[in-house]
Design a protein around this ligand. Structure first.
Ligand SMILES: C[S@@+](CC[C@H](N)C(=O)[O-])C[C@H]1O[C@@H](n2cnc3c(N)ncnc32)[C@H](O)[C@@H]1O
Length: 357
């Protein structure tokens, strides 16, 4: 970051200089220096502040002005673009004046600057930090390893979530700023056995579930919470996941409505591809926009698809050529056992398994 943008030399009332103690946690005032500076303020160079009058450099000069009961202090203003920029400037200026930071201070500052640096720029930042703080790059790497580990863990969680949502490898790679090969390796590594125990139990329907004994569609009280008009009873969908899919299978729901199928798939570790003619407001990141009458959507690998769940707005639609064409085409494409289920959520309809082979 360039810090050459010194724009003005002026004076400021002493009380308007902002002292950021958090930037200099262990700074100690040297009384001799203050006394010496206070003797003749006119020979002192201006202190340096940013556009918010936060002190970048000149603690002893500013203190000397206070001691000499001056009203104003000469300043130069350097624009800073972020907290990190301000912090970096403060370190550099202090180093220049020989006011050395302790190793603890340097470590603390390195972490703060690194945290404030965009993930994509972090690798190059390490060498710059080592130079600014006058320590080896290896020391900087040691200090930052915990942050790197946490960042990787959080990124891998996002990658897993996007993979469950059937985003393409390239889409995920672009969003995370990593190679498509990395995403491919991650996807290859996903095994139910490696899931944390809570997720594994949910994926295997070992928690929060009673297997249907007589009838998948048995009328139950609606699960509270689903606000969408005509939303599916989630326990029906859970029964279908249990009976017709395995963990990490792809479930397709082209009439997603409120998106409850996607929510359940996340819980049960099924991948999901859900769309709607009008994605519910606020759920556009989960529900893709697609009008099924315009044709089949572009879908993930068919051999991964275990279930197509059709919950059209009303039963009449189920009798249209569109629905029939959809399920015929889809079942033809699948190379494995694929279930296409028509929901019973519409009144006066009975659920039908259109095909299951
Ligand atoms: C019965 S609701 C689905 C409810 C959903 N299963 C749930 O639990 O929230 C039917 C959905 O189909 C959508 N829809 C209607 N015609 C459509 C079309 N041609 N293409 C895609 N979606 C359509 C509607 O917007 C509506 O959200």
């Amino acid at each position: 970051m360039s810090d050459l943008a010194i724009v003005t030399v002026e004076t400021l009332p002493l009380g308007e200089v902002v002292w950021r103690k958090d930037l200099y946690p262990r700074l100690e005032t040297n009384p001799q220096t203050v006394d010496q500076y206070a003797e003749d303020l006119t020979v002192l160079p201006p202190i340096e502040v940013n556009q918010h009058h936060e002190l970048i450099d000149g603690w002893h000069r500013w203190t000397a002005h206070k001691k000499a009961k001056a009203e104003r202090v000469p300043i130069t203003v350097t624009e800073t673009s972020s907290e990190t920029h301000l912090l970096e400037l403060a370190i550099r200026r202090n180093a220049k004046h020989g006011l050395q930071l302790s190793l603890e201070d340097k470590k603390d500052m390195a972490r703060r600057i690194y945290n404030g640096t965009a993930e994509r720029e972090r690798e190059g930042k390490k060498a710059a930090l080592a130079a600014t703080l006058s320590v080896s790059e290896r020391t900087v790497r040691d200090w930052l390893s915990r942050i790197d580990k946490d960042t990787k863990e959080a990124r891998d969680k996002r990658i897993f979530a996007a993979w469950l949502a059937c985003r393409t490898q390239q889409e995920i790679a672009d969003a995370e700023g990593v190679s498509q090969k990395y995403i491919s390796e991650q996807a290859d590594s996903y095994q139910t056995a490696d899931l944390p125990s809570g997720m594994k139990a949910a994926a295997e329907h070992a928690t929060d579930f009673e297997p249907p004994i007589y009838n998948v569609w048995k009328q139950q009280d609606k699960t509270p919470g689903g606000k969408h008009f005509g939303n599916s009873e989630v326990r029906w969908v859970d029964n279908l996941l249990y009976l017709y899919t395995r963990p990490f299978d792809v479930v397709i729901d082209p009439f997603a409505g409120s998106g409850s199928t996607a929510d359940l798939c996340r819980k049960r570790m099924r991948r999901y591809w859900v769309s709607d003619r009008k994605p519910a407001v606020g759920r556009e990141d989960v529900i893709r926009e697609h009008d099924i009458t315009a044709g089949l959507p572009r879908l993930p690998r068919w051999r991964d698809v275990g279930l197509v769940y059709l919950d059209p707005p009303y039963w009449k639609q189920a009798e249209t050529a569109t629905i029939r064409r959809i399920w015929r085409t889809w079942t033809c494409r699948s190379s494995r056992r694929l279930s296409v289920i028509l929901s019973a959520s519409s009144p006066a309809s009975s659920a039908r398994v259109l095909t299951s082979r």
